[in-house]
Ligand binder design. Structure first.
Ligand code: CA
Ligand code: CA
Ligand code: CA
Ligand code: CA
Length: 252
């Protein structure tokens, strides 16, 4: 028994020493999310003091499209958690906001859309046609869409409360705020599902991206919070494989 404990201890020490190497080699990183006792108001206005607890993180990795200029797109985000919700505030600069496809279930990825990748138990793995993880697309009308196991598109509006507003001092800048409920991989739209409870130390798979279209039939850029290793030349892996997400750790 002692021998086994020692082996586990030794293994954990090796893993700790390897953590930096692993994080560099596999491009996996952990983000600590501060807790808040007071829920921010989801109104697209950045005036709650609790946001100051959280560091801004960049949305700056071009996954689809050519080089970006700063007028075309800039983005950053920060996170808080509390009361069994994950709170997201994103600051987006986009020269033209478009919603060409009015039907929220029609080619929603070709309109300006914030995309939240969430893997409630940080399991990683394939989630393209399962609820092992979600790839929520939040449209400019605040509707939330993902693909179902039946390979159809469906609304998940009760999973995410979302509001955005233009900054009156910088009209191309918007503040987008969300309160997100997390659902486990046993989610079943035919049943009544309860959101998962959150606690300090919980790990959650997460990434954030923006689909930017301004003038085109299909989106012009897809910009991610994380660089993703390409498979067969394709970096757009988040909607298929939760193993490419970052890991959130819920903190104090
Ligand atoms: Ca607010
Ligand atoms: Ca743009
Ligand atoms: Ca999962
Ligand atoms: Ca746009």
């Amino acid at each position: 028994m002692l021998g086994l404990a020692k082996k586990i201890f030794t293994l954990s020490r090796i893993c700790s020493a390897m953590a930096l190497f692993c994080s560099l080699f596999f491009n996996v990183s952990a983000i600590e999310v501060p807790a808040t006792d007071t829920a921010p108001i989801i109104d697209g206005v950045n005036n709650e003091p609790q946001w100051q607890k959280s560091q801004w993180l960049a949305i700056d990795q071009v996954i689809i499209g050519g080089p970006l200029n700063k007028y075309d797109f800039q983005g950053r985000y920060r996170l808080l958690w509390g009361a069994n919700k994950l709170y997201l505030q994103a600051e987006i600069v986009d020269d033209r906001l478009v919603d060409f496809n009015a039907d929220p279930l029609d080619k929603y990825w070709d309109d300006d859309t914030l995309e939240i990748f969430l893997d409630e138990d940080a399991s990683g793995g394939d989630h393209q046609y399962s609820y092992n993880a979600f790839a929520y697309h939040i449209a400019l009308d605040n509707q939330v869409v993902d693909i179902t196991p039946q390979r159809t598109f469906a609304l998940f509006n009760d999973h995410i409360e979302s509001r955005w507003k233009r900054d009156i001092n910088a009209p191309h800048k918007i503040i987008w705020e969300m309160a997100i409920s997390l659902y486990a991989d046993d989610f079943d739209p035919a049943e009544k599902n309860s959101p998962v409870g959150l606690h300090k130390g919980k790990k959650i798979g997460f990434m954030l991206a923006y689909c930017d279209n301004d003038n085109s039939e299909t989106r012009e850029h897809f910009i991610n919070s994380k660089d993703v290793t390409a498979v067969n030349g394709d970096k757009n892996r988040g909607w298929i494989d939760a193993s490419v997400f970052d890991t959130l750790i819920l903190g104090e």
